[in-house]
Design a protein around this ligand. Sequence first.
Ligand code: AKG
Length: 331
Amino acid sequence: MVVERVQALSIAGLKELPAQFIRPDHERPENSKAVEGVSVQVVSLSQPRHSVVNEIAAAAAEWGFFLVTDHGIPPSLIRRLQEVGRVFFELPQEEKETYANDPSCGRLEGYGTKMTKNHEEKVEWIDYFYHVMSPPSKVNHQYWPKIPTTYREVTEEYNKEVLRVTDKVLEVLSEGLGLEGKALKRSLGGEEMELEMKINMYPPCPQPQLALGVEPHTDMSALTILVPNDVPGLQLWKDNHWVAADYLRNALFIHIGDQIEVLSNGKYKSVLHRSLVNKDSTRMSWAVFCVPPNEAIIGPLSELVDEKNPPKFSTKTYAEYRYRKLNKLPQ
Ligand SMILES: O=C(O)CCC(=O)C(=O)O
């Protein structure tokens, strides 16, 4: 099946956006601008533990989103990660197509562009590359980019670092719920917890005021740890407004996803977010989704449920949750 890539459309020099990218009136960025003067919380991981726990727990409860600094991932590694992703997307189109995924037959890993399920649905102004990064037993290196040749080495190094930060954030979030540090990670499958890399590529768009890079959604992951390039675009839904998450060099943009919302019985919020696109610049972001294995059973943790706090969510396997979310069925 031939898929029309957004980057190829952009390079062809379109002056007007094709109809399938034009959002309905109420969704257009020109009609739903971000509120001014509100900024997201930035948490330094080098503070004393109790401050980190208090600040992260408050941000996760109020926003479902926060930035972390002083996380220990070397800035040079973040730059190399961004470089190998950028080089991949600069390859000739035919070369990128050799990595094309095929969601219709269940092959999700590789180079992709989101397709509509019917002709009414609008599409997003984005191409992406998606693959599993860990644990080793779930990794298929044959789907990873082979060019640049340093892609694997850099991504494996980043995987180690991001896993260390994920473990720390999960510990802090557990303590913020009054639980012992390992509680959330254990519920997410322990060492079987998976990290998935999605490189998002939003090329220049002729009419960015009418389009979206990704439409409003919450992540079905437990956590998403994202580093963007310096082109702004990510927005979060808070108190009935969109709020722009401004770029902060070397910070990690941490989203609470649906699985942590469920495990915490709603104490932590899964953040609704979207991304905008830009007329002249390419926006890119590197999202690492931290997800439980398919067979993990996820529901409100028993320690957080009692007569006064009945469960707000049903309990099911992650595979069942994902099937329902992808098919827009009630949970
Ligand atoms: O690019 C971004 O900032 C957001 C990406 C995103 O929400 C996603 O990949 O699910």
